[in-house]
Design a protein around this ligand. Structure first.
Ligand code: DXP
Ligand SMILES: NCC(=O)COP(=O)(O)O
Length: 237
């Protein structure tokens, strides 16, 4: 079974647009869990433009499913993860000013750094995952730094899917096969959606987990607009 972890960054983005606490990210996370989500993912960024460090602390107190914290392991992030002890930490090499994640780790160039950080998290019982491009050498490098899992960065798959899905998924299947051979767990995420997820899961059925946020929250808006508009009309009739 491939587990679904819902990334709630976008719920925080909406909340932050008004300055209050609507929508409430803790309430949304609890509802997602009650609807069957098997995990909650957050990606606090240094500018806290969506998920804030305080959200992470509040979520830790109430979540009953797998909590996955993603981010660039700068000292502040490392302290937050060690304090909140999620089930999983996913290391993403984000520059501070990026709009969203746009690259995986160079696991060869950053080998010593990754080894140190991963050992630190693992010593505290936190499962580790490293965000990587679909490049076999990067998967092999990930195995060498001692991570438990990799997360395949799926933006290129999502972009290629509409043109040529066989070609788009091919490097991911190769990397997943290599990761499996090396004994790594395999997660995937970024721009996965209701349109492209089924084919990806069929081609890599031994995936452990996908984390999905942007498309899932957008799809929830489309699907939720009808009942909510009808509820308002009923109140006004
Ligand atoms: C690592 C990854 O692909 C996701 O965490 C994605 O970057 C979401 O982050 P934003 O919500 O900030 O776009
Ligand atoms: N790790 C990927 C993630 O959490 C969600 O990415 P996206 O669905 O918001 O692109």
């Amino acid at each position: 079974m491939i587990r679904l972890s819902v990334n709630i960054n976008k719920i925080a983005t909406l909340r932050n647009a008004r300055g209050g606490n609507t929508p409430n990210v803790v309430e949304a996370a609890k509802r997602l869990e009650s609807f069957g989500a098997q995990g909650i993912t957050v990606h606090p960024r240094p500018d806290e433009r969506h998920i804030r460090y305080t959200d992470v602390r509040e979520l830790t107190k109430v979540l009953t499913t797998e909590f996955n914290i993603e981010g660039n392991p700068n000292p502040k992030f490392i302290d937050l993860v060690l304090e909140t002890k999620p089930a999983q930490v996913t290391l993403v090499p984000d520059a501070v000013d990026v709009l969203t994640s746009n690259a995986g780790w160079d696991t060869v160039e950053h080998k010593e750094f990754l080894k140190t950080v991963i050992a630190k998290f693992k010593a505290h019982g936190i499962r580790t995952s490293i965000f990587v491009d679909p490049d076999v050498a990067m998967v092999q490098g990930a195995a060498e730094v001692g991570t438990d899992r990799i997360e395949l960065y799926t933006e290129a798959y999502a972009q290629g899917f509409t043109q040529n899905k066989e070609q788009a998924v091919k490097p991911y299947v190769e990397c997943a096969e290599e990761a499996k051979r090396l004994g790594l767990g395999i997660n995937a995420g970024h721009d996965l959606s209701l349109d492209n997820i089924k084919y990806f899961a069929e081609k890599i059925p031994f995936l452990d987990e996908v984390s999905i946020g942007h498309a899932l929250i957008s799809e929830a808006l489309y699907d939720g607009l009808e009942p909510v508009v009808k509820a308002y009309l009923k109140k006004l009739s």
